[in-house]
Design a protein around this ligand. Sequence first.
Ligand code: MOS
Length: 718
Amino acid sequence: MTSAPFPNRPRVDALDKVLGATKYAADYALPNLLYAMQVPATIAKGRVTALSIDAAMRVAGVVKVLTAGDFPPPPAAQQGAPPPPATITRDIAYRGQPVALVVAETLEAAIQGAEAIRPTYAADATFTATIDGKGAVRQPVQPTVGGNATTAMVQAVTRHSAEYVSPAQHHNPMEMLSTTAVWEGGVLTVYEGTQGSNAVKGALMRNLRLTSEQVVVKSPQVGGGFGQKGGAQRHTALVARAAMLLGRPVKLVVPRGQIFHNASFRPKNRHRIEIGADAAGKMIAVRYDADQQQSREGQFPPNYHETPPMMYGIPDYHGTAANIRIDTQAPGYMRAPTPHPSSFAFDSAVDELAVKLGVDPVAFRLRHRATRDPIDDKPFSSCFLHECLSEGARRFGWKGRPLAPGAMVRPDGTQVGWGVGCGAYPANVHPNIATLRVGADGTTRFAAAGHEMGQGIRSTIEQILVRDLAIDPARLEIAIGDTSVAPQHVTAGSWGTASVVPAAEQAAAKLKAAIAELLAGRSPGGNLHRQLAAVRRPFVQVEVTTVGPGQGDKDVARLRQGGMAVSGPEYPAFTSFSYIAHFVEVHVEPHTRRIRVPRVVSIADCGRVVSPRTAESQVRGGVVWGISACLREATEVDPRFGGWLNNDLADYVVAVNADIGEIDVGFIDRPDMQFNSLGAKGLGEVAMTGCAAAIANAVFHATGTRLREMPFRIEDLL
Ligand code: MOS
């Protein structure tokens, strides 16, 4: 196994993508296709008392309206597995919940039919739409404790405490949520852009009482997932049920406004942080209370203490977290789900303490080297955060930065500020079962667990196969994201690469050995395809099973059964995280007070970089989203009616090209050989962590004003 850097090969799907040839779920044009549209509830809480389908059925082209009575009752609870999303129920738990599904010969008829449905509701006026509302119920979870922060805080001679707030946000991938369902010969085939084809399959089996053999979910290409497509969403079973009842393929593309209301989102969250430093100016204690918006039944965990204890080797840490249950749809995972907001809060607080101590923020962070997980008391398998900080500072030109805020003002009055922010993300891993087949006809096929959301997982797999095997890359098929080609894990939590590259590597080695055995000492020359042809073998196929540190047969069995078997960041002998340091320059315009971010340097430690091109692109994307999350994105609730006010891309403002300046990306590229055979940790989500803090810290450096609630708006600096 070589350790030379990987070549920077082009993305395997680049040409298809620029040609528009890549096929997403809604692009499958099936014969005899019907179109569906959901009818959203217009109350925030209560019950549907009457629902007439007559007006909808009078619309030409409408063939069926599904209501609560068309679905089996909720499935029995299953131990260790969250319940699948509900189908259509008469009870309404949030504004926008589907009360009916209209199916028609055309999309226009489906929309017209859906608009014709006017249910009668018994509305419950006691609903609570905001976390400060009267009916909000606070529910603490287990605290996260290392050492004794209460005792240690008493010893501290310098303390900083403040509250930080991160808003509700919605994912908005380019590819809308959609489902195309086909029921044929007792088998349900679903085309859906999802990061978890097996999770969708499992939810369909439970909601619609189907067996494993009866459901296939195909998600070979996803147009952005960001966690919203990580689990089953509510609309899928509705469309599948319609296809089963009608015996014709049915397609639903969920309109963006309905996605805002009916799919998962990043909940609003708050962070009260106190950090104490000793006489030498070293951080010794943290007390940190976090809470988040939650639905009445939701299960998205408030894991805000996942990364802050892993950053700076602070021995005494006491973290609490709570759900604030209100009447909303269930929140869920959204890129760097808890590490993004907690790194904004925590790395802002660290910066504020450095300012209080009068120490340069980079030098302050470099005083603190994390080598162990203070919660589980295990050594890190690797942590090159200091290297990220030093390399970033060098590239950015940090030296010579004035310590005092407001000291870099241009002649036109523009205030310039430089900030640093750091983040981490768990290095997770899932077992994989892969088959690799090389044919004498020139073809190669690799099938495994994994989903392509645009991050470039196929390109990463190709890097390994092309490095290790003399094959024709132009005729290499990488079959992933399909429950019929291999058991599929949910591809999320930044475990995609680490969960598939060892499988590709081991499959390649096993295949080479199998061919060598066939050749029995002969050397026919040429690539593997020619060698097989020379010995008259149509193909050779091998299967491998790979597991992460400490994983075994039980985890592989769980994957085979379609369950989650992810491990990390704590492993039997160590704890593993990826790290990043961002350096940001902001300009605050003198009259408008608009914040611009012309320049960012981001240096990541994700172990070995397997695919330089897609890795750099991931970090760029993470920084773009960090800027967007910090300066633009927030979803607003109308407390009188519930639901989301800015539920489209005109009003839910995201960063655009004009908001993005230069982004310089670098990697430490040092392998973590305890973690896996390639030394590759995850990268997708760590890219975003700490970026918002770097912006906040730069805004303070530019203006002397400390902003603690995202997004930062013009009025915050007036
Ligand atoms: Mo991600 S939010 O783990 O897809």
